[in-house]
Design a protein around this ligand. Structure first.
Ligand code: B12
Ligand code: SF4
Length: 435
């Protein structure tokens, strides 16, 4: 069978459109299908968008996040419905919506059902996927399937699935469950061998959810002398200096940490189970070990105001966090945040293309939507200012200076794309009319 898998681009300007890192879902599925003898091509639209009218395939598989769902449905409409199957986080959370555009939709992980679906052995329209119990059974993703991808600068490697925590805004546990499943060190090392000179991003949601397995894995990575990898962790990891030593020795140079808030009440409401003091300690401990930090914050909780936004950026500058991401709280379907805000009738748009953490889609409690949106953009401008970049440059902190400059350009491009913030006026007005 000829199978085309598509990762749609985000409809609106998105910081992440600049990072040509494919989602692993289509790659795992494509590799499994190829190994079963199917003819597979993957299109990641941010890398290369084909002329869909010229695509001749038996099956069109589309992978959607909430932010890419609108574009995904547009693509689906270009093909006969009986050829289209849809999966991904958004399809798993909104299966009936996705089914309007496809003959079949998979809910959850699809590795164990994809071949039977493509070969017509599963005929249900809603196909319940299955959590892969033995992650070592998965193949190493074959990037040569991604059309137009000349080189892969940053290679995402997933060593685990699931997360034992339950943060109110996060889709991960609904999709991958609370049980933490992880690959054996051998299987990860094999993939690292294939990765050779690429930069590695361990894209697990929580690389250290089981510290002992991480220690074992790091001990095996050290002899490989891989330099400069990044991973995602929670801040409590930094309480263990030995683990940080091991991480550094194994080549970890940047950690992405979900700090989420410096407002203790918001941290509690998010069910984040961490304190502001722990956040500060973790920043200092990681820096002491020469590991840089990408701090991830979420603004717009029930106790947040415009002042919280500015407190956050001042905090990031004071604590010398290397780079930051300030997401606007987004009620992704299936999350507690969604259920709460929907229950209060405060979500004013279901335009999924705005659900990218950079656009406000609900009425916050203590601040207007527009005020929150504008303050987050302005706070970004402050952190990623040319002045701050120059200061870092003079301090010989070239990497951070470069990222501040890059951030400056991205925020500028974002502002151009979102001139006048028209969508807030329009959508808020629409919701008033409907209400
Ligand atoms: C790596 C990553 C990124 C990377 C690259 C992702 C990319 N190319 O878009 C970067 C950093 C760029 C990124 C950006 C963003 N991300 Co991100 N990201 C991830 C992360 C950590 C891993 C993705 C991954 O590879 N997963 C592993 C694979 C195996 O899972 P999968 O892709 O879902 O595939 C399985 C199933 O979904 C299904 N499936 C998938 N596709 C298809 C297709 C068909 C046809 C079928 C049948 C089945 C199927 O089968 C697959 C195998 O089991 C996930 C969290 C997670 N655990 O998934 C968040 C996650 C996907 N990101 C999320 C978000 C919100 C974003 C951003 C909006 C902002 C942000 N702060 O991160 C942007 C949007 C980017 C965009 N494209 O518009 C949310 C999405 C929530 C939602 N409801 O949409 C997630 C779930 C994290 C979370 N905390 O909730 N992200
Ligand atoms: S935000 Fe991170 S720690 Fe919280 S549930 Fe999601 S993946 Fe787990």
């Amino acid at each position: 069978m000829k199978v085309v898998l598509i990762e749609p681009r985000a409809a609106l300007a998105n910081v992440y459109s600049q990072i040509p890192m494919p989602l692993l879902g289509p790659l795992y599925l494509g590799t499994i299908l190829k190994n079963h003898g199917h003819d597979v091509a993957i299109y990641k639209e941010d890398v290369y968008t084909p002329d869909y009218s010229k695509i001749d395939a038996d099956i069109i598989g589309i992978s959607i996040l909430t932010s890419t769902a609108k574009r995904g449905y547009e693509i689906a409409k270009k093909f006969p419905r009986e050829k289209v199957i849809i999966g991904g986080v958004h399809a798993s959370l909104m299966p009936y919506e996705a089914l309007q555009y496809a003959r079949q939709v998979v809910i959850g992980e699809a590795e164990e059902v994809i071949c039977d679906m493509v070969e017509g052995k599963i005929k249900d329209s809603l196909v319940q996927g299955k959590a892969v119990e033995n992650l070592d059974s998965l193949p190493i993703p074959d990037y040569s399937l991604v059309q137009g991808m000349k080189s892969l600068r940053i290679r995402p490697i997933s060593t685990s699935r699931g997360c034992p925590h339950g943060c109110s805004f996060c889709s991960v546990t609904k999709m991958f469950g609370h049980k933490y499943r992880f690959r054996g060190a051998e299987s990860v090392l094999m993939e690292l061998d294939v990765a050779k000179k690429q930069d590695i991003f361990f894209c697990d949601d929580n690389f250290v959810a089981n510290p002992q397995r991480t220690r074992d894995l790091l001990a095996r990575i050290i002899p490989k002398k891989i330099k400069g990898w990044t991973c995602q962790v929670r801040c409590e990891v930094a309480r263990d200096p030995e683990l940080l030593d091991l991480m550094h020795k194994a080549g970890c140079r940047v950690v992405c940490i979900g700090f989420e808030s410096i407002n203790q009440k918001t941290l509690q409401a998010f069910n984040k189970k961490q304190t502001v003091t722990q956040i500060i300690d973790s920043i200092r401990n990681f820096h002491r070990k020469n590991i840089k930090i990408h701090g991830m914050f979420v603004l717009g909780g029930e106790d947040d105001t415009a002042v919280t936004v500015w407190d956050t950026v001042r905090f990031a500058l004071k604590e010398k966090i290397d780079t930051i991401q300030m997401m606007i709280l987004t009620p992704f379907p299936g999350t507690k945040t969604h259920d709460f805000l929907a229950g209060e009738n405060r979500i004013f748009t279901k335009d999924w293309s705005l659900y990218d953490g950079q656009h406000i889609v609900f009425r916050p409690n203590l601040v207007s939507p527009k005020e929150l949106q504008l303050n987050v953009v302005r706070a970004y401008c402050k952190f990623y200012s040319i002045y701050n970049s120059l200061v870092l440059f003079t301090q010989l902190s070239f990497r951070n200076a470069f990222f501040r400059l890059m951030g400056h350009c991205i925020v500028k491009a974002w502002k151009n794309h979102n001139r006048d913030l028209y969508w807030i006026r329009n959508t808020a007005r629409e919701s008033v009319k409907q209400g």
